[in-house]
Ligand binder design. Structure first.
Ligand code: FAD
Ligand code: NAD
Length: 466
């Protein structure tokens, strides 16, 4: 029987990063993945394929709506080759997952393909093409998550679908009814709207992306409405029925009135659930919470001392970069180091266009916590860079402590906000004040100048270009 210092179950951005870091720290490491390709949700049916389709559909939208204003005439009709678009997405996924094979090989990590389950706290059985058992002094559970649903919905995966199917459709829907105006609903809703589908987003809360700053919800709603997406807020979905090629979604509005939506596809995007099915955690005595997550302490250690868990399968944001940070963290804990993760500074991004990005506290959270704060906001449209590209929607908003000026949160909507937020993560990690950012030189003309201007506005209400 092969023996390892560490076995990692699951090869998503949590698991494969944990395995690499363990190997870097000199531990003999195995990784177990039930699917034939490595990379987990993120690389196979999450971050990467969704971004590939967002980019392809963005190019199409640019071509049909904006090329003309740039003085680019296209003789003839611009057409979508949807099959090719999906094939390109598949090839991006293929290249990316093969990159993980390369990394496992480079770091001399043994890869086992098959379903991993605990026999006891130090033995893992792998059921794949061949069945084998390995011994591991430490195990990291990185089994991720699966799409969640509502108790009354039957996901037939043909017409009533999750993000996984929405990334591999064979036709562009005529009318996609999206249940849930969170990250998945908005990213994939925008893809299909750009490709010509009618898209109706039915959201339970009174705003989309309800966990982000309210100003971001408002701005994204405005922009997506302009793009033709229809929003039905404060609507609680209570039924989804399929009738041949038609899907009927029933919801109750604020006044308790029943409303129905008829579409040819219904995308269910109401959150994801931690996944431990088939893991047989009970054989190792590992405690699973009522929400199905592996219970962990601050060291990401389960109640069984040599078993750790990271990523979507534990508490906290379900984000790839959070999972990866936890992967490195846990490897270093096992190696006896004292790593640290600042959970307040895990940025959140929605990759619509314009992009939405956030870090730190939202204005609503500061109000609730009764923190005395200042707010500085700067609109993208006031930037020369934005006018040059035509990307004038959005803003940067910086929230800082009223007394110390320390930045407490940054929230933005705009072109490349996903990249701009990195500056704020760095600034906040070093506990910068708004004035520190305001006094740093930002290259001109860039979208990043909006960060400087918002910092100036937060410092002393002294933005220069508005
Ligand atoms: P996962 O990536 O879910 O990986 C878990 C792996 O474990 C899977 O491969 C699974 O097959 C395997 N596994 C499970 N049980 C076993 C077992 N018993 N034996 C062997 N293998 C097992 N996050 C972002 O930060 N940015 C984004 O842009 C983004 N976009 C997304 C888009 C979509 C459509 C979706 C669905 C998610 C997106 N996410 C995004 C979220 C991101 O994918 C997850 O947060 C991330 O993948 C979690 O990583 P993980 O390693 O914890 O788990
Ligand atoms: P989500 O939690 O972002 O959004 C779910 C939405 O569904 C919420 O707004 C909620 O109010 C709504 N909802 C719940 N029940 C409802 C009902 N009965 N009727 C109407 N609306 C209802 O979840 P998601 O969009 O499914 O995404 C799942 C996870 O995947 C998220 O945690 C996210 O972090 C991750 N993800 C991240 C990215 C990214 O980082 N760009 C992209 C995609 C997914």
């Amino acid at each position: 029987m092969s023996k390892y210092d560490v076995a990692v179950i699951g090869s998503g951005p949590g698991g494969y990063v944990a395995a690499i870091r363990c190997a870097q720290l000199g531990m003999k490491t195995a990784i177990i993945e039930k699917y034939n390709t490595l990379g987990g949700t993120c690389l196979n049916v999450g971050c990467i394929p969704s971004k590939a389709l967002l980019d392809s559909s963005h190019h199409y939208e640019q071509a049909i709506k904006h090329f003309e204003e740039h003085g680019i005439d296209i003789p003839g009709e611009v057409k979508i080759n949807f099959k090719k678009m999906i094939e390109r997405k598949a090839s991006v996924v293929d290249q990316t997952t093969k990159g993980i094979d390369f990394l496992m090989n480079k770091n001399k990590i043994d890869v086992y393909t098959g379903m991993g389950s605990f026999k006891d706290a130090t033995h893992i059985e792998i059921k794949g093409e061949k069945n084998e058992t390995i011994e591991a002094a430490n195990t990291i559970i990185a089994t991720g998550s699966k799409p969640g649903t509502l108790p009354f919905i039957t996901l037939d995966k043909e017409r009533v679908i999750t993000s996984t199917e929405a990334l591999s459709l064979t036709e562009i829907p005529k009318h996609m009814v999206v249940v849930g105006g969170g990250v998945i609903g908005l990213e994939l809703g925008q893809v299909y709207r750009r490709l010509g589908a009618e898209v109706s987003v039915v959201e339970y809360m009174d705003r989309i992306i309800p966990t982000m700053d309210k100003a971001q919800s408002k701005e994204l709603t405005k922009v997506m409405k302009k793009q033709g997406v229809k929003f039905f807020l404060s609507h609680r979905v209570s039924g989804v029925e399929r009738n041949g090629n038609e899907v009927i979604v029933t919801a109750t509005d604020k006044k308790d009135k029943e409303v129905t939506f008829s579409g040819d596809y219904c995308l269910v995007s109401v959150g994801r659930r931690a996944y431990t099915d088939g893991l047989k955690a009970e054989n190792a005595g590992v405690k699973i919470t009522e929400r199905g997550q592996v219970e962990v302490n601050d060291h990401l250690q389960s109640n069984v001392k040599n078993i750790y868990a990271i990523g979507d399968v534990v508490r906290g944001a379900m984000l790839a970069h959070k999972a990866s940070e936890e992967g490195s963290f846990v490897a270093e804990v096992i190696a006896g180091q004292k790593p640290h993760i600042n959970y307040n500074l895990i940025p959140g991004v929605v990759y619509t266009w314009p992009e939405v990005a956030s870090v730190g506290k939202t204005e609503e959270q500061l109000i609730e916590a009764k923190v005395d704060y200042k707010s500085g906001q700067f609109p993208m449209r006031a930037l020369g860079r934005s006018r040059a590209s035509g990307d004038t929607d959005g803003f940067v908003k910086i929230l800082s402590d009223a007394k110390t000026d320390e930045v407490l949160g940054a929230h933005m909507v705009g072109a490349r906000a996903a990249d701009l937020i990195a500056e704020m993560v760095v600034a906040m990690e070093f506990r910068a004040s708004a004035e520190d950012i305001a006094r740093m030189s930002h290259a001109h003309p860039t979208y990043a100048e909006a960060v400087k201007e918002a910092a100036l506005a937060a410092t002393d209400d002294r933005a220069l270009h508005i």
